[in-house]
Design a binder for this molecule. Structure first.
Ligand code: MG
Length: 382
């Protein structure tokens, strides 16, 4: 189901202590806001509007570098006004498209929550993730003894909350109460049906200074590691140099192919595409397209790395094995590692290039062709 998202990031969050507003602070080395933007991109958001202040707007390009599919809108004096500014900025999207409204201060958003909320919206006017209250509740009022309150029927509301844009805009237009505490309340007041989807403890809202210490510990749990593998082979033919892992090597033969036939780069590109479920190199760069004739293959690898980044992913490490009797790979290994590291923007120690022969057996052993295999690990939002 297509959907768009509004991330409300205009608050000053004074309860989180002095210093930068909490949405700009780092959790596990990454700004709090960026966590949510990456999560929505990974979940397939058609467009994301970030509602923020004038200062915040200026910081966004650097904060969200490498990510596309978002735009900024200027926030209002209250959360309700900010949400409405975000909805107005989605006027180019279909009127009845589901919009997920999310607090920037809840960084650990998983794709499964987005799916659950959208699914719950199918039979409702607004849907929100919520958790049943587990702790015993106490009521303390001035001058009275502490009493125990029933937690029956009580839920903790979280975000993102989903509604169709026209429904939500109409509900806000009709709202006449004070400052609503969430979007579901506004739709509820307009007579809408509210649905609850299972919430996630990881969706905690960063409110107090100590929440940031907890968030650092939870950060690892909000990412998943994916593995991809790739394989490629090309035939030897007449020539005087061969491209392997982005490095040209003088040789008495060359590899034959539509592009520069760099089997190492092709295997590695396929491994990255595999890790994020984006098909294979032929889907992105069809060999039937004359545009790719003789093309340097590092652009294929770069494209795959950009697709990983667009999903909010980071490459953990890559490992390429070249399989041939000749040429000798070892003298070129370090140059290959450095070239791959440069293309992928990784430290060299995250890049491995190995070589093996097949003891004169098979097509590589007989010198008919060269083969390459690659394995990668990629971290993406859960
Ligand atoms: Mg190939």
């Amino acid at each position: 189901m297509t959907f768009s998202a509004v991330i409300v990031a205009a608050g000053s969050g004074t309860r989180a202590g002095p210093g930068q507003a909490k949405q700009w602070r780092l959790v596990a080395g990454k700004p709090v806001l960026r966590w949510s933007v990456e999560a929505f991109l990974a979940a397939g958001a058609a467009h994301i509007v970030i509602v923020t202040t004038e200062d915040g707007e200026g910081a966004l390009p650097e904060l969200l570098s490498g990510l596309s599919g978002w735009s900024a809108a200027r926030g209002g004096a209250t959360r309700a006004l900010s949400v409405q500014a975000g909805l107005a900025a989605l006027a180019h999207r279909p009127d009845s498209e589901p919009v997920l409204i999310h607090d920037a201060a809840r960084p650990f958003l998983g794709s499964s929550i987005v799916e659950a909320v959208l699914q719950a919206l199918a039979d409702a006017d607004v849907a929100l993730p919520a958790l049943p209250v587990a702790d015993t509740l106490k009521r303390a009022e001035p001058g009275q003894a502490l009493t125990t309150a029933s937690r029956e029927h009580l839920w903790r509301a979280q975000t993102p909350q989903a509604a169709r844009r026209n429904t939500l805009q109409a509900a806000y237009a009709a709202w006449s109460g004070g400052e609503p505490t969430d979007d579901a309340q506004v739709v509820e007041a307009a007579g809408g049906r509210v649905a609850i989807a299972p919430g996630d403890p990881l969706l905690m809202k960063l409110t107090y200074p100590e929440d940031f210490a907890m968030a650092e510990r939870l950060a690892g749990a909000a990412r998943v590691t994916r593995v991809g593998q790739g394989f490629d082979a090309h035939r030897w033919g007449p020539g005087d140099e061969v491209w392997l892992c982005g490095v040209a090597i003088k040789h008495d033969e060359t590899l034959i192919g539509h592009s520069d036939a760099d089997a190492g780069l092709h295997a590695l590109t396929d491994a990255l595409l595999g890790a994020i479920g984006e098909g294979d190199i032929g889907d992105h760069f069809p060999p039937t397209d004359p545009k790719w004739k003789g093309a340097p293959s590092d652009q294929f690898l770069k494209h795959a790395a950009e697709l990983v980044a667009a999903k909010g992913g980071t490459i953990v490490n890559v490992d390429v094995t070249l399989i041939c009797e000749r040429p000798k790979i070892k003298p070129h290994r370090q140059a290959m590692r450095e070239r791959l590291a440069e293309v992928l923007g990784l430290p060299v120690d995250r890049v491995s290039v190995k070589a093996t022969t097949t003891e004169k057996m098979g097509f590589t052993g007989r010198g008919e062709g060269l083969a390459a295999s690659a394995v990668v690990a990629v971290e993406t939002p859960a």
